[in-house]
Design a protein around this ligand. Structure first.
Ligand code: AMP
Ligand code: MN
Ligand code: MN
Ligand code: MN
Length: 278
């Protein structure tokens, strides 16, 4: 039976394993279909695809795009995209430039709080030429002894209302869905249970996303409880959206769930992969 995992990260964004190491890890866990979905970057797909070819893993080109919607950050996963599509490439590159500006702002905030050198620290965590995210600040702060793990660093420093938070404007939802669709991919709302949306706003998001051509939501993901998976399975069924399954794996020891180690989709779901040939 297939073990399908359509959400994970490599060192190209904020994961701990290189694309090749990630594929080896996936193979060892029995994953048979894998999408690499780095934040705002498709730079790892070629390497991962080559590594997957030697491991009997069906590889799916993916990306996780950062979106601003009504003052909140949402993540939209694209599956089956063409990483060479000029419009997508340009959009992602502008998001990465924005990340650099935000990283400077985060460092300024932390400076004010008496924590110095965090921009350089985060950049060295990210690795040369790779995008900078909050996870890199988190790892730097853990290394400096400000907290015992990345989870508590986020709570103490890196979320809204905390000293190292810098607001940022990401891509509009319509752009993210458009880039994905026009590059031949399928747009998926990542971990919908994580957003702080009232019932009304959630419904409006789902309808707006669908009207823009969005096709799926993540039903099973590491940040959902089984109850949440069921709630989103029902939303998907009611609205005619497809359902996805992804671990959101970032690396050994840093994720709730290992690659491929999450529950199956509830039976009522139409899987986002229902018409894939592999
Ligand atoms: P960014 O896109 O740079 O704002 O960073 C978002 C990433 O930070 C997510 O993809 C996770 O990898 C990580 N993250 C966000 N919130 C938390 C949290 N509360 N605990 C651990 N990691 C988190
Ligand atoms: Mn991440
Ligand atoms: Mn995400
Ligand atoms: Mn993710």
């Amino acid at each position: 039976m297939d073990n399908i995992d359509l959400h994970c990260h490599s060192t190209v964004s904020d994961g701990l394993l290189t694309p090749t190491q990630l594929i080896e890890h996936a193979a060892a866990r029995g994953v048979t279909v894998l999408a690499l979905t780095d934040h705002d970057d498709v730079g790892g797909l070629e390497e991962a695809r080559q590594a997957a070819a030697g491991k009997n893993i069906t590889f799916v080109n993916g990306v996780e795009i950062s979106v601003g919607w009504r003052g909140q950050t949402l993540h939209i996963v694209g599956l089956g995209i063409d990483p060479d599509n000029p419009e997508l490439v340009k959009g992602l590159s502008s998001l990465r430039e924005g990340r650099l500006v935000r990283a400077r702002n985060i460092a300024v905030q932390l400076d004010k709080f008496g924590i110095h050198g965090s921009f350089e620290g985060a950049r060295s965590q990210a690795g040369d030429g790779h995008l900078i995210g909050r996870m890199h600040f988190a790892r730097f702060l853990v290394q400096q002894g400000y907290a015992r793990d990345v989870k508590s660093v986020f709570k103490k420093y890196l979320v809204k209302g905390k000293p190292g938070y810098a607001p940022h404007l990401w891509a509009p939802l319509s752009d993210a869905v458009g880039w994905i669709r026009r590059s031949g991919g399928r747009a998926v709302i990542a971990h919908p249970g994580r957003y702080k949306l009232g019932k009304g706003a959630l419904e409006e998001l789902l309808l707006e996303f669908r009207a823009l051509g969005g096709e799926a939501i993540e039903v099973v993901t590491s940040s959902h409880t089984p109850e949440q998976s069921l709630v989103f399975a029902r939303h998907a069924q009611r609205l005619g959206l497809l359902a996805s399954r992804g671990s959101d794996f970032h690396g050994p020891g840093e994720s709730y769930l290992d690659l491929g180690r999450m529950p199956e989709l509830p039976a009522m779901c139409v899987p986002v992969w229902h018409d894939w040939k592999h």
